[in-house]
Design a protein around this ligand. Structure first.
Ligand SMILES: *[C@@H]1O[C@H](CO)[C@@H](O)[C@H](O)[C@H]1NC(C)=O
Length: 213
């Protein structure tokens, strides 16, 4: 019985020894597997750091886009500028003649988007730098001269003139101008001249921002 046990032990022992030293456990293969794994981990690490770098770049790009969008929204708000107004709010009558120049104050406001036109003074104040268009129209009855100029900060830009018409007269002019913020636009009726208006709004003043600069 004891002999058999020893014999069995010997057999088991010899089989372990055989496993370790026989080519059945291929250390070369195992090492190769390890090497492959190392290579794959290296590749994964490379990919991961690439993804992280790309993620940073995307974050920067997203921030830039957000900033641009906010500026665009801000611009879009301030860039809506347009007004149109007739001289008399109601009724009919002449304005002038008096013996000094006067700013025409257009009281019938059709539109005033951006509130750049002041109906108490007749003055439009540019809210942003940009290219603007202004036009005005004047109608007068016969006998007295009509003379109106569009003014930029008090300097004549363009005018209409009708010398003592027999029955009546009409005149219109307009310009495209580059304005700086705060530039003031208005129409001036010259001394000893007149204009007429009634509910038909024959005499009017309009302006709008074409595009900002
Ligand atoms: C000026 O315009 C008014 C209104 O359209 C018109 O009735 C009048 O005949 C015009 N005057 C002249 C001189 O063309």
């Amino acid at each position: 019985m004891v002999v058999l046990q020893i014999a069995l032990l010997f057999c088991v022992g010899s089989s372990i020894a055989e496993d370790l030293f026989s080519p059945n456990v291929n250390i070369i293969t195992e090492l190769e597997k390890l090497k492959n794994m190392e290579e794959r981990i290296q590749k994964l690490e490379d990919t991961l750091s690439k993804v992280l770098r790309e993620n940073e770049a995307l974050k920067t790009l997203l921030q830039d886009s957000q900033n641009k969008m906010e500026n665009f929204q801000k611009d879009n708000k301030v860039n809506k500028v347009a007004f149109s107004a007739g001289l008399l709010a109601s009724g009919e009558g002449n304005t002038g003649p008096i013996n000094s120049d006067q700013i025409l104050i257009y009281k019938k406001v059709f539109s005033n988007v951006g509130n750049a036109y002041d109906l108490n003074t007749g003055i439009f104040t540019a809210p942003v730098k940009g290219v603007y268009y202004f036009r005005f129209y004047g109608h007068c009855h016969g006998g007295t001269t009509m003379a109106i100029s569009l003014q930029k900060n008090g300097v004549t830009q363009c005018s209409v003139f009708a010398y003592k018409p027999t029955f009546n007269a009409n005149g219109s002019n307009g310009v495209v101008l580059t304005l700086e913020p705060g530039d003031q636009m208005y129409t001036k009726l010259y001394s000893n001249t007149w204009v007429f208006d009634d509910p038909g709004s024959y005499t009017s003043f309009s302006g709008f921002l074409i595009f900002p600069l």
